[in-house]
Design a protein. Structure first.
Length: 283
């Protein structure tokens, strides 16, 4: 009976699940953990920029075996697992990419048999962290950053919620992958911190406006990913750069799958206050 919110770790029946930024890092780890959680009648839509990485992940998830890529899976075959896995390679930061992603979400959610919607807004970028606040004066660069990191999450979430609708007896959950940077300022990270803070507030407003939707902002902690490598090598502020390097040297970075497991447990228990910001270290 794991199809009801809050009923424990049973598989979720007939779930439409959408994960952005699914091709690598935290998004990829989370997709791998979510797939076995999705029971009969479920579908998983993976969104990211890299078609090749998405195709590999989709093939692996369809086969139900980690790292097993048949190399020729495309479209939305179910393979051996019965889970429909689809992917769309799209740059959410540009209008055409967002349009294609939105169209795929609407098409998926036309299916009235889904009893649950789970949307994970994971896609994001650091921006040019070599720059200080005073170096940020190029409007095109700034708008491009916010378009990808804020606007796309807003557009995709509103598209998904409108397409799914308020179906009686159905549950809708929206996750925003957040950061400590949504709450605290970091030198050289004006774009990243403001983007994360804006996203948290967007989803707090959603939680307020739509009490029937479960909303969670989850900060996954300092992850051992390509993004952290970029952070500890390119951050303009020397003090922050050294602090990030020490985290890596002392083995204090978190494996993506460990953090993703905590998020999955939060979703299974479903006891968080809607709109809450929950950090990896809080649980």
């Amino acid at each position: 009976a794991g199809s009801e919110p809050g009923s424990g770790p049973g598989r979720w029946a007939a779930t439409a699940c959408v994960v952005t930024g699914a091709s690598r890092g935290f998004g990829r780890s989370l997709a791998r953990l979510l797939a076995p959680q999705l029971g009969p009648g479920s579908a998983l839509l993976l969104l990211a920029r890299s078609a090749e990485a998405l195709a590999e992940l989709a093939a692996e998830l369809r086969s139900g075996t980690t790292g097993n890529d048949t190399g020729n899976d495309t479209g939305n075959d179910t393979g051996g697992t019965g889970l429909r896995v689809q992917y769309v390679a799209a740059d959410l930061g540009c209008q055409e990419g967002l349009r294609r992603a939105g169209a795929a979400v609407r098409e998926l959610l036309q299916d009235a048999s889904f009893g649950r919607l789970l949307l994970v807004n994971n896609a994001g970028s650091l921006g040019d962290i070599s720059k200080s606040f005073l170096d940020l004066s190029d409007l095109e660069e700034i708008n491009a950053y916010f378009s990808f990191n804020i606007s796309s999450a807003l557009c995709l979430t509103s598209t998904a919620l409108r397409a799914f609708g308020a179906r009686p007896g159905c549950s809708r959950t929206v996750v925003n992958i957040s950061s400590l940077c949504a709450l605290e300022p970091f030198p050289s990270w004006a774009l990243y911190c403001s983007g994360k803070a804006a996203r948290d507030m967007l989803f707090r407003v959603l939680a307020l406006e739509e009490p029937g939707v479960r909303v969670l902002s989850y900060a996954p902690g300092p992850l051992d990913t390509d993004m952290h490598l970029q952070a500890r090598t390119r951050t303009g502020d020397a003090g922050l750069r050294q602090k990030l390097q020490r985290l890596q040297e002392k083995g204090q970075l978190i494996d993506s799958s460990v953090s993703a497991q905590k998020l999955l447990r939060l979703l299974q228990e479903d006891s968080f206050p809607s709109g809450a910001h929950v950090d990896f270290y809080d649980i």
